[in-house]
Design a protein around this ligand. Structure first.
Ligand code: 13P
Length: 249
């Protein structure tokens, strides 16, 4: 399975940062990695990011509404993201679940909207610190898979992002054992529900991925890529993470 290295810029990025996308696209063109590369900048930059990326890396959105269009001030539909040139949208990121009260059902509807629009959805799940401490990490993730992953999944339309909340932006990545255990569980849940198609869906790990830990994380079983926050804002570090995928080749 070809891994996916995705950068989530969150609410960061103005016009000057387009140069970073261009630099990464150039690096990818010069030394093609054994991976698909995606950057999800804020939606204000998507169209221009697509232009500077020039097909060398993919550009995605960070969220969408479930509706196609309508009276939803400030809302962006999956169709609008696609129209802007996005190939992908992140849905159900823990920051959206936390700050905007998103439920599993809403996340599933957003993932369905992405499938309707013909773009890939990266459906994010992950346990809290207290769920992990109480030994409930696997059941919490299993529940989120059941509730947030819509019917009709296909590997070309969906990926899962496993991002333990306590590992996001903390510098404390999950251990290899924790990542391998949860990824195996996610795979089991996907296969139980979707059969052969569930075997092909990429499962990304996210949470304090950096140039030092990326290579080993990417080499773990059932890790189909990484979802990178903070380090994707630093061009040299993101390039180093991209180069780490040679471990998978
Ligand atoms: P960090 O890489 O900053 O921990 O963020 C991970 C994340 O939330 C990516 O979606």
């Amino acid at each position: 399975m070809r891994p996916l290295i995705a950068g989530n810029w969150k609410m960061n990025g103005l016009t000057p940062q387009l140069a970073e996308i261009e630099a990464i696209a150039t690096c990818v063109a010069e030394t093609p990695p054994f991976a698909d590369i995606l950057i999800c900048p804020p939606s204000t930059l998507i169209t221009r990011a697509v232009q500077v990326a020039a097909g060398r890396i993919a550009i995605g959105g960070q969220d969408c509404r479930k509706e196609i269009a309508g009276a939803f001030t400030g809302g962006i539909s999956a169709e609008m993201l696609r129209d802007a040139g996005a190939s992908t949208v992140i849905v159900g990121h823990s920051e959206c679940r936390q700050h905007y009260g998103e439920t599993n059902a809403l996340v599933a509807a957003k993932a369905k909207a992405a499938m309707r629009a013909g773009i890939l959805a990266i459906i994010c799940i992950g346990e809290t610190k207290s769920q992990r401490q109480e030994g409930k990490a696997l059941s919490a993730c299993g529940d989120q898979i059941s509730g947030s992953v819509p019917e009709g999944i296909t590997s070309s339309a969906n990926a899962i992002g496993y991002e333990p909340l306590w590992a996001i932006g903390t510098g404390e990545s999950a251990t290899h054992e924790e990542i391998a255990e949860v990824h195996a569980h996610i795979r089991q849940c996907l296969v139980a529900r979707f059969g052969a198609e569930g075997k092909k869906v990429r499962i990304l790990y996210g949470g304090s991925v950096d140039p030092i830990n990326a290579r080993e994380i990417l080499a773990l079983p059932e890790v189909g890529g990484v979802l990178v926050g903070g380090e994707s804002l630093k061009t040299a570090d993101f390039e180093a993470i991209i180069k780490a995928v040679s471990a998978k080749a």
